[in-house]
Design a protein around this ligand. Structure first.
Ligand SMILES: NC(=O)c1ccc[n+]([C@@H]2O[C@H](COP(=O)([O-])OP(=O)(O)OC[C@H]3O[C@@H](n4cnc5c(N)ncnc54)[C@H](OP(=O)(O)O)[C@@H]3O)[C@@H](O)[C@H]2O)c1
Length: 326
C-alpha cells in the first residue's frame, strides 16, 4: 500500500510517500480502507518531532480519517465489512489502509462525504467540549473566536452559533474574515491592527467577551484577556503562533475572569461519558443537517506536502484534507 512514512523527524519537504506492506491485524481489530485524512496542526509538529509526545520512528502520520471497513473478523464492536466510519487514532491515517481497535471509530451517518467526515471529529469535538463542557457558554453571550478562519476556529464559530451565542471572529486577512462571516460569524475584526480592542469593545457595546476561544497563543492571548467581560472565560486551546503566553495574575483578579484549559486527547481518558454525550450531540447535528463541517482544501495523496505547507504558512481556510481512495 502507499503510505507517508516518517523515518527521521524532519520538515515536511523531506518526508516521502512510500510503497510498504499493509499493517498487520490482531484479534478484535478492524481493517479500514482510508478514503480521506484530515491534517491537523499537531500532525505537522509530530512529523518534525516538536510535539510534547514523540511517535517512535518510523511512523505513518495522520490521526483523523474516514473510510470503509474492509475486514472485521468476529465483528468487533458490531462493525462489519462495507460499513462507513470516521475515526481518530494516534497515527497511521496517511495511508491507504489502517488497522484500529473498534473504539477508535464511529459509524458515519448516511450522506456524509469522506472529506467532511475527516474534517469533523477533532475540531468540532474540541469546539463543543471547550464551549459547552468547559466554558458553559450560554445563549445570548458574546463569544470571541481567535484564528477564526482556521480549522478549530471555524468549528468554534459554527458550534457557538448552534449554542446561541453572538460570535465575533478575529482573523488576520480580509479573505479570512469573509470566510468566517460566510460560516456564521455575526461580526469580524482584524486583530493584527493596533487598536483592535477598541473596535471589539464597540462591537460588544462596551461589554467585552464572555467567552474567548483561543487556538493562537502568543502576545495576542494576553491582549485578548484584557478585553474579557466580568466573569468571562478564556479557553486555552492551542499555540498556532508558536509562543506560549504568560498571563499576569492580576488580570484574572481584576476581571473576575477564568483561564480554562482544553485538551482533546484527555477527554476520552478522563471524561469518557462527556465525550460520548458530546459526540452524540455532534453526530445528531451532522445527521439532521444543522451542522455542515467546513472542508477547506482537498489534496491528492501525492500532494500531501502541500496540505501541510498551506497550514504551516498561515494560509489555511478551514481544515486541510488529503483524499486517499479515489
Ligand atoms: N487543545 C486541543 O485539544 C486542540 C485541538 C485541536 C487543535 N489544537 C491546537 O490549536 C491550534 C490551532 O489549530 P488549527 O487546526 O485551528 O490550526 P489552523 O487551521 O492552522 O488555524 C490556526 C490559526 O492561527 C492563526 N495564526 C496566528 N499565527 C500563526 C502562525 N504563525 N502560523 C499559523 N497560524 C497562525 C491563523 O489565523 P490568522 O491568520 O487569522 O491569525 C490560523 O488560521 C494548534 O496549536 C493546534 O495544535 C488544540
Amino acid at each position: 500500500m502507499k503510505a507517508v512514512v516518517v523515518e527521521q523527524y524532519a520538515p515536511i519537504d523531506q518526508i516521502e510517500l512510500k510503497e510498504i506492506y499493509p499493517p498487520v491485524m490482531e484479534p478484535g481489530q478492524l481493517r479500514i480502507l482510508v478514503e480521506a485524512t484530515g491534517i491537523g496542526f499537531v500532525d505537522g509538529l509530530k512529523i518534525e518531532g516538536r510535539y510534547q509526545t514523540k511517535d517512535p520512528l518510523p511512523f505513518i502520520p495522520g490521526t483523523e480519517f474516514a473510510g470503509i471497513v474492509s475486514e472485521a473478523p468476529g465483528r468487533p464492536g458490531g462493525y462489519q465489512p462495507g460499513m462507513r466510519v470516521m475515526g481518530m487514532t494516534r497515527s497511521g491515517a496517511l495511508a491507504e489502509e489502517i488497522v484500529v481497535n473498534p473504539e477508535a471509530v464511529y459509524p458515519l451517518p448516511d450522506g456524509i462525504a469522506p472529506e467532511v467526515a475527516a474534517s469533523f471529529r477533532a475540531n468540532y469535538l474540541t469546539a463543543l467540549y471547550a464551549l459547552s463542557a468547559r466554558a458553559m457558554l450560554c445563549a445570548g453571550e458574546q463569544l470571541l473566536v481567535l484564528g477564526a478562519a482556521g480549522g478549530t476556529g471555524i468549528a468554534a464559530i459554527q458550534v457557538g452559533k448552534l449554542l446561541g451565542a453572538r460570535v465575533i471572529a478575529a482573523a488576520s486577512t480580509l479573505e479570512k474574515r469573509e470566510f468566517a462571516l460566510a460560516h456564521g460569524a455575526d461580526a469580524a475584526i482584524d486583530y493584527t491592527q493596533a487598536g483592535w480592542r477598541d473596535t471589539f469593545k464597540e462591537l460588544t457595546g462596551g461589554h467585552g467577551a464572555d467567552v474567548i476561544f483561543d487556538p493562537v497563543g502568543g502576545e495576542i492571548s494576553v491582549q485578548t484577556f484584557r478585553s474579557i467581560a466580568w466573569r468571562g472565560r478564556h479557553l486555552v486551546v492551542g499555540f498556532a503562533a508558536g509562543a506560549i503566553p504568560a498571563l499576569p495574575f492580576n488580570l484574572p483578579l481584576l476581571k473576575g475572569g477564568a483561564l480554562l484549559g482544553v485538551d482533546l486527547a484527555q477527554i476520552p481518558v478522563r471524561e469518557p461519558d462527556v465525550q460520548k454525550r458530546l459526540m452524540s450531540q455532534l453526530t445528531g447535528w451532522l445527521a439532521d443537517g444543522q451542522l455542515k463541517p467546513v472542508v477547506g482544501r482537498v489534496f491528492a495523496l501525492e500532494d500531501f506536502r502541500d496540505a501541510f505547507r498551506t497550514m504551516q504558512t498561515r494560509g489555511a481556510l478551514g481544515k486541510m484534507v488529503v483524499r486517499i481512495a479515489k
